[in-house]
Design a protein around this ligand. Structure first.
Ligand SMILES: Nc1ncnc2c1ncn2[C@@H]1O[C@H](COP(=O)(O)OP(=O)(O)OP(=O)(O)O)[C@@H](O)[C@H]1O
Ligand SMILES: [Mg+2]
Length: 256
């Protein structure tokens, strides 16, 4: 099924805690494509990315998620990761007691197979990638995200992406909390990783990230539905007009 799109969402409905958050999302991401997902707070963007990754709190009540033609809904998050799906979290959590280097090595082993990760080569690759992303080497010895600043956490998410080299990357507000220089460094890092075999879904509130990571498509999620799709110019229009009109036009029906 190598000709199948990387990701196909078909009429995806998702509930969280018994409440319907996604209400029929259709989206196709093919190899080599960068899609941006925008939309007001609470519209369901993180719900969408968490659901694709298989977070247990998010229940698919209707519709399908296909990855290279394979149905994902029954698969565990680690199985999805092995297929080549990666999620950079909006709010990365800390893992006390586990160093960043050990954590990254463990995740790489889980994906590639332990026998395919040689400690010395891993170390070299890790330090090289850290340098590219402007992360001080000292961070390798620190516990994952423990006391990291907002921007440091986001850089480490991209560091993980760089090492895992996924087929599909979901970046949930990777730009939030980054200062101007860090935004450029992280965006450059992502751009270097993007290749014609990879698909990317970038969730962001800000056009400025999209000046660096240029999307082929921009979609707007409002109240759990994709209400508009277009090219990069759509992000500019949204920045100018805000979401008011779209929110009014796509209010959740009473009782839903
Ligand atoms: N675990 C949860 N328990 C209860 N409600 C949840 C949970 N996860 C999401 N929701 C609700 O689902 C809705 C969509 O949330 P989501 O985080 O997907 O929005 P978002 O579009 O990512 O917003 P933001 O732009 O603020 O990040 C919100 O109303 C949120 O409160
Ligand atoms: Mg979110």
């Amino acid at each position: 099924m190598s000709d199948a799109p990387l990701l196909q969402l078909e009429d995806l409905h998702v509930q969280v805690e018994g409440k319907e958050i996604l209400r029929g999302v259709n989206l196709t991401v093919r190899k080599g494509e960068i899609h941006a997902l925008m939309g007001p707070n609470g519209s369901g963007k993180s719900t969408l990315s968490n659901t694709i990754m298989g977070h247990p709190n998010y229940e698919v009540t209707k519709g399908r998620i296909l990855f290279e033609g394979e149905e994902l809904v029954e698969l565990e998050p680690d199985e999805r990761a092995k297929l080549g799906i990666f999620l950079a979290f909006q709010y990365p959590t800390s893992i006390p007691g586990v160093t960043l280097a050990n954590f990254l090595q463990a995740s790489l082993k889980a994906i590639r197979g332990a026998e395919n990760v040689k400690p010395l080569e891993f170390r070299k690759e890790l330090l090289g990638r850290m340098k590219e992303l402007g992360i001080n080497q000292e961070f390798a010895k620190r516990y994952v995200n423990e006391g990291f600043s907002g921007g440091e956490k986001k850089r480490c998410e991209i560091l993980q992406m760089a090492l895992l080299n996924p087929k599909l990357s979901l970046l949930d507000e990777t730009d939030s909390g980054l200062d101007i220089d860090a935004l450029r460094i992280v965006a450059d890092g992502v751009n270097q990783l993007i290749n014609p075999e990879m698909g990317v879904l970038v969730i962001t509130h800000y056009q400025r990230l999209l000046n660096h990571i240029k999307p082929h498509f921009v979609h707007v999620l409002v109240n759990g539905k994709l209400v508009q799709s277009g090219g990069p110019e759509l992000a500019l229009t949204l920045e100018e007009r805000g979401y008011d009109e779209l929110l009014q036009a796509h209010a959740v029906p009473a009782g839903a």
